[in-house]
Design a protein around this ligand. Structure first.
Ligand SMILES: NC(=O)c1ccc[n+]([C@@H]2O[C@H](COP(=O)([O-])OP(=O)(O)OC[C@H]3O[C@@H](n4cnc5c(N)ncnc54)[C@H](OP(=O)(O)O)[C@@H]3O)[C@@H](O)[C@H]2O)c1
Length: 310
């Protein structure tokens, strides 16, 4: 099968498109013929020696934690050959999703509704699970509350906007001006151009902030929280800095690590099928062009999600 792999941590030149043997599913696992895999910042961060690289063990490493595809071999599980599935698996341990076949734990994958196409589904799991867990598990978001999404046009952000709106919250989001129409179409009531507008007008007004940017951006947003509000910060590399600033300002900051969840993914699939949630594909690339997709992701200004197709 064709894969993308790295034999040492480093730059984009380390990504190698080559053939390897198919993985062998263990007990409780299925073999999946991959249709699409999403590109997330964690993929290039890990390949460059940051991100989840401390979990990778021996190289070579096949990147990618999310996929869509069809069951090629259900093994000893309840899945049937040919069923369409999607999932985020094994994170932060290696999952090998940038490959034509994937061995996946059955308990971490979900069936894909007929109404959702496989390409879209490949980019959904990580960003939608992160948005869901940040809004509802960490943030305990309720209808009628005020939520601010920092980085609202990105992979996680654009799904968080829609999920917050679906939950009945009032949604504000930061993005470059060129993305404001996009945010309005997603149901974001107020778009803030972070290049030219300060957040000082929103002091003490937010029940929940989802910080998809981290560092100084997250810290600058802390005064926007109501005294009992919470800021959920996503980038792990700056989380300690944002938590320390929160402690100093007596504001609650929660870090997050996205967890696989078949149950939440099933709900997310239903929301997409019912058109309450839509994944925006910024651009898609064939698997062998993974380095181009990584370079675009590294620019930090992707609108929606990048997808690798097989
Ligand atoms: N902890 C976890 O479990 C977890 C899970 C998923 C993601 N993450 C992390 O969360 C972060 C976001 O992930 P993602 O997939 O959403 O990334 P992404 O799609 O690459 O985010 C790109 C977006 O960031 C926006 N942006 C860049 N700088 C900004 C700023 N200063 N203020 C506001 N928006 C800004 C850009 O907006 P404009 O183009 O409009 O400027 C662009 O739309 C990454 O660091 C990722 O590693 C963590």
């Amino acid at each position: 099968m064709h894969t993308i792999s790295i034999h040492q941590f480093g730059g984009l030149d380390e990504l190698i498109y080559s053939k390897q043997s198919r993985p062998q599913p263990a007990t409780g696992e299925v073999l999946i013929k991959t249709a699409a895999a999403g590109v997330n910042p964690i993929d290039w961060k890990t390949c460059s020696g940051g991100g989840a690289s401390s979990f990778i063990g021996e190289l070579p490493f096949i990147p990618g934690w999310e996929f869509s595809g069809v069951i090629a071999d259900p093994g000893d599980t309840d899945f049937k050959e040919g069923e369409a599935v999607f999932g985020m698996i094994r994170f932060p341990q290696p999952a090998g999703c940038y490959a034509e076949y994937i061995a996946a734990p059955a308990e971490q994958i979900a069936r894909l509704p007929d109404a959702v196409d496989l390409t879209t589904a490949g980019g959904l799991p990580t960003a939608s699970l992160t948005a869901w867990q940040a809004l509802f598990d960490k943030g305990d978001l309720k209808a009628g509350q005020q939520v601010l999404i920092l980085g609202a046009a990105g992979g996680v952000g654009h799904l968080a906007v829609q999920l917050a709106k679906w939950a009945g919250a009032h949604v504000s989001g930061t993005a470059s001006l060129r993305n404001h129409e996009f945010l309005a179409a997603l149901g974001c009531g107020r778009a803030i151009d972070y290049h030219h507008q300060s957040l000082s007008d929103y002091t003490n007004s937010m029940d929940l902030i989802i910080d998809c940017v981290g560092g100084e951006t997250g810290i600058e947003a802390l005064p926007c929280l109501k005294p009992d509000g919470v800021l959920v910060t996503l980038p792990s590399v700056t989380k300690d800095q944002v938590i320390a600033a929160g402690t100093a300002q007596r504001r609650r900051v929660e870090p997050i690590r996205c967890e696989p969840s078949a149950e939440q993914l099933t709900k997310i699939g239903e929301l997409v099928a019912d058109e309450h949630l839509k994944l925006h594909i910024g651009e898609s690339f064939p698997l062998e062009k993974a380095a181009e997709a990584f370079a675009l992701s590294q620019s930090g200004h992707v609108c929606g999600k990048l997808i690798l197709t097989f």
